[in-house]
Design a protein around this ligand. Structure first.
Ligand code: ATP
Ligand code: MG
Length: 655
């Protein structure tokens, strides 16, 4: 059964079990500035898992397109891609383990037709010190399900990572791990904050028994061993506890969050440990074989990277992202450029987006109307970036040649700036090509280091070994400058929901309104980005904001925080929110039929008075604004600058 069919069967099967099929969320989270991409099916549903009412009810199912930029270094292996689809189903205080596990099992074994003998499961071994018992409830369900297929499911204790997982898989079927099978927003039980839900999870693995265990990964093999024998295909998180001051208490309304990799299930369905052989990836590989005249067997890694990265870039373009030097656009650019460079390895020097993007679009054409509808635009966006990058490469080569011709040369290891100590040769006319120049080529021109080295070799310029140090320190400096900021953003998970993020998010709303109060209603949000250290906000305004105006904005924000505004939200039909109630939104944002609107209002003001801030947003926020002043902090604008034509950028902190 191919991947497209598996997706359809999945949605149909859970629909039959009373689930509402909800559309995928966009790959760029809607008004959620703390993460760059949607990285799981759960991510867009967090507010509902934390207790908000979902308009479609208590049973939801979808297939979510995900991007995990953080997995980029794993791409090239047989089972990771940055882009993948996650099949998800959720119970919002509705069914629990006794329904969910048998459904997943039936879907895998009857609908997809996987051989139950190749399936293995893991459960949570519990944390007695926190009063969290072993999840025997899930294990017993699994024992029964295996038994129905004539399989005697032996249970094995694996325990913690610290013990080195000394117990192996011999004869086992159900394995108990501790932290591996535990979920909370912040990880291990000791890190769960008071008031947060958490619980055990149960995972299903597929065994490739033709793969022999590799002892480099540990003495004995087990489902979470990284040797490749087992592949995780899906997991069910059971949110059944709430952390209270006295420990972990059972939640009255328990949720289920289930997520499985569509591509992984499709690989298991054809019993291939190489995920790239499935129907949503293999046609891309075949096209690459055709374009390059090389075989997948001889260029496996490059072809995997190219097919993944271009599939990701295609979907990003469908969702409106264009390559640029910041945020989502930056990641898209990086993915595309990496793919183009990898294509050079295959000998594909010609432009190939026009040939390959339609192949990718065809794979999704029937199931995602937005792919069909945006096809031409998407091909165009990718072709344009290809052209820009090729120009960049030409420019970079020229800069390098010019530098060489102007009298820069590349010093050898023995030579100092004043001459070669050993030979006495002295070349004062030539100066070394500096590491910082090479860095500049990469950083500003996007001309990659590999190509600089290639160019040096190609022209038989002497290669300097000393420049590397300078180059590396430039890279480090640059990283410290901009990448720390991006670090949290690549996580794509729940990392963005710390208290600090919430505070800055709330401060952003207040500042948006204050800017409109001071500058006028032409001020519209154009972008927002939050890190643990600061907020950043882009908005339309034709000229520089004066220092007087900035201090007025600061004053207003601090004044409103001091009133201890109450932060609440309500759901409205989008039209009502925007047109009747005048909720603020983001420039050019696409919204669904209903939206959440956050209000920040003085608790002492009359009930019918307009809240200070009223803005469409997915959350999360603090509950009341005085939280922003904790530890004697105040709101302060630290920078105002141009972001692009007609767009200003402000950075502000709580300090
Ligand atoms: P792994 O340890 O294999 O990287 P994970 O623990 O990161 O998986 P989850 O975050 O639990 O995975 O995601 C749920 C499911 O999504 C996984 O069971 C797997 O089937 C799939 N999945 C996760 N990451 C990837 C990826 N990079 N490529 C393809 N599928 C993935
Ligand atoms: Mg992972």
């Amino acid at each position: 059964m191919n991947a497209q069919k598996i997706r359809k069967r999945y949605l149909d099967y859970f629909k039959k079990q009373g689930h509402a099929v909800i559309p995928r969320a966009l790959m760029v989270p809607y008004n959620e500035p703390s993460v760059l991409f949607t990285g799981s099916g759960m991510q867009p549903l967090i507010p509902y898992l934390l207790g908000e009412k979902h308009p479609e009810g208590t049973r939801l199912v979808d297939s979510q397109t995900c991007l995990r930029a953080q997995d980029i270094d794993d791409v090239g292996d047989n089972r990771h891609t940055t882009f993948f689809e996650m099949l998800g189903n959720w119970s919002l205080g509705d069914y629990f383990k006794a329904d969910q596990l048998p459904w997943f099992w039936e879907f895998l074994t009857s609908e997809v037709g996987l051989d139950p003998n190749k399936l293995f499961v893991t459960c949570c071994s519990g944390f007695p010190e926190y009063g969290v018992p072993k999840d025997t409830e899930s294990a017993e369900i699994w024992v029964r399900l295996f038994k129905e297929k004539g399989i005697d499911a032996k249970q094995v204790e694996i325990g913690s990572e610290e013990n080195g997982y000394k117990v192996g898989d011999q004869g086992g079927r159900i394995f108990f791990y501790d932290e591996k099978n535990w979920w909370s927003r912040n990880g291990a039980p000791k890190d769960v904050k008071i008031g947060e839900p958490c619980g055990p999870d149960s995972e299903v693995f597929y065994l490739f028994d033709h793969i022999k265990h590799n002892p480099d990964f540990g003495e004995k093999c087990h489902p979470n061993c990284d040797c490749g024998r087992y592949m995780e295909i899906g997991n069910s998180v059971f949110m059944e506890y709430l952390r209270s001051d006295s420990g972990f208490e059972k939640l009255p309304a328990r949720n289920v969050d289930f997520g499985a990799g569509l591509e992984r299930i499709a690989a298991a369905a054809i019993d291939s440990d190489d995920m790239f052989r499935i129907s949503l990836l293999w046609p891309i590989i075949q096209k690459l074989e055709q374009l390059s005249g090389k075989s997948y067997e001889s260029h496996t890694e490059s072809m995997r990277v190219i097919s993944d990265h271009l599939r990701a870039a295609t979907f990003l373009a469908v969702d409106g992202v264009v390559p640029s030097n910041k945020e989502q656009g930056y990641v898209m650019r990086r993915l595309m450029r990496r793919a183009i460079l990898k294509a050079f390895d295959l000998g594909i020097e010609q432009n190939f987006m026009e040939g390959i993007v339609p192949v990718i679009a065809d794979l999704y054409h029937n199931d995602y109307p937005e792919v069909a509808n945006n096809r031409d635009k998407v091909v165009e966006v990718l072709m344009k970036e290809e052209k820009v990058f090729k120009q960049t490469l030409r420019k970079g080569r020229k800069v390098l040649r010019d530098a060489y011709e102007k009298g820069y040369w590349i010093k050898t290891a023995e030579e100092s700036d004043t001459g070669n100590q050993k030979t006495g040769r002295f070349r004062p006319a030539k100066q070394p090509i500096l590491g910082s120049l090479i860095f500049m080529l990469q950083d500003t021109y996007g001309f990659p280091l590999e190509l600089t080295l290639e160019e040096i070799a190609l022209n038989a310029w002497e290669e300097d070994l000393n420049w590397k140090q300078e180059f590396e320190s430039s890279v480090r400096e640059q990283r410290e400058r901009s990448q720390t900021a991006a670090k949290g953003m690549f996580k794509g998970g729940l990392g963005g929901h710390t208290l600090q993020h919430k505070k800055y998010h709330t401060a952003t709303h207040l500042m948006y309104q204050a800017l409109r109060d001071v500058l006028g209603d032409h001020v519209v949000q154009n972008g927002s980005n939050i890190t643990e250290e600061r907020l950043r906000f882009d908005f339309s305004h034709p000229q520089k904001v004066t220092p007087e105006e900035l201090s007025k904005v600061e004053e207003i924000v601090n004044r409103e925080i001091a009133k201890d505004l109450r932060v609440t939200w309500a759901e409205y039909p989008t039209k009502v929110a925007r047109e009747e109630k005048g909720a603020l939104g983001q420039f050019g944002d696409r919204y669904g039929d209903t939206v959440k609107v956050y209000s920040m209002k003085d608790p002492k003001s009359p009930e019918d008075e307009r809240p200070f801030s009223f803005e469409i947003c997915g959350g999360p926020h603090v509950d009341h604004t005085l939280e922003l002043f904790e530890d004697g902090k105040k709101f302060k604008i630290i920078k105002e600058e141009a972001s692009s034509a007609g767009i200003r950028r402000i950075k502000a902190v709580l300090q």
